[in-house]
Design a protein around this ligand. Structure first.
Ligand code: GLN
Length: 249
């Protein structure tokens, strides 16, 4: 499984969020502590962030390991955001390479999404609209999941927005692929929603905001593990964790 992390709170630099923490994403790319599947996360990385300049978030993605990118290290100290979603990739066997296959994926409406896990493409493909997949721009299994979330967001049935779309996507995939692993994190810049379905996730209030991560980025007190098969929602009002339904919603 890849590793991902999200921040919602006061403006902080990408360096503070991704590079500086002793067990942050850079460290997790070569020495994760809680990873159940895969050993290193060296098949690329991506960072997405929201700014006041435009509604659509910016992304920096590369197909190379995060530790080997001096350009990211150079810009990370001067880019500051209230809402960041970042991931390092351990490619699932058989999937495509390239930066297009690296999270965060961009969904219509300016939503960023990351996926830790694996899904059989043959099972999920019939659920996904070709237009949504084309907009996501990759054929990696995670892009199919992102496209499914985009379809659910666009469907208009889900007044609860991101959380409802993630819930619908996870339960729909699990119904056709029971062994799928579906830890998702998505954000529209205001809310962060995440699921646990087969792998680890935790969160902590710190430094004027909330961090969510596949694993703790430091050994400070206050990290809370999210139980498997849960939905986590962060907003300006705090953090709520609820159980995901077992059947299709
Ligand atoms: N299946 C996704 C990919 O290949 C995610 C992999 C992972 O979580 N390790 O990128």
């Amino acid at each position: 499984m890849c590793r991902h992390t999200a921040w919602l709170g006061r403006p902080r630099t990408l360096q503070e969020l991704v590079i500086d923490p002793p067990y942050g994403l850079v460290r997790q790319s070569f020495s994760p502590r809680h990873q159940r599947y895969g050993i290193v996360n060296a098949d690329g990385f991506g960072v997405g962030w929201f700014s006041a300049e435009r509604a659509e978030p910016a992304r920096y993605r590369r197909a190379t390991p995060i530790w080997s990118d001096p350009s990211f290290a150079s810009l990370a100290g001067v880019v500051r955001s209230r809402c960041v979603l970042a991931a390092v990739r351990s490619a699932t066997v058989g999937g495509p390479g390239g930066e297009e296959a690296c999270a965060p994926f961009l969904l219509p409406g300016g939503v960023l999404l990351s996926h830790n896990g694996a899904v059989p493409v043959a099972a999920i493909a019939p659920l996904v609209s070709p237009a949504a997949l084309a907009a996501v721009g990759s054929t990696v299994d995670s892009a199919f999941v992102a496209a499914l979330v985009a379809d659910r967001l666009a469907g208009g049935r889900f007044a609860v927005g991101l959380a409802g779309a993630l819930t619908a996507a996870v339960t729909a995939v699990a119904a056709v692929a029971p062994a799928a692993r579906l830890n998702l994190v998505a954000t529209d810049g205001t809310t962060v929603a995440a699921t646990t379905w087969g792998d680890t996730l935790c969160w902590r209030v710190a430094d004027g905001g909330v961090i969510v991560g596949s694993e703790p980025s430091d050994d400070e007190p206050g990290w809370t593990d999210v139980p498997d098969r849960s939905l986590l929602v962060l907003s300006g009002d705090g953090c709520a964790v609820t159980a995901l339904p077992e059947g299709v919603v």
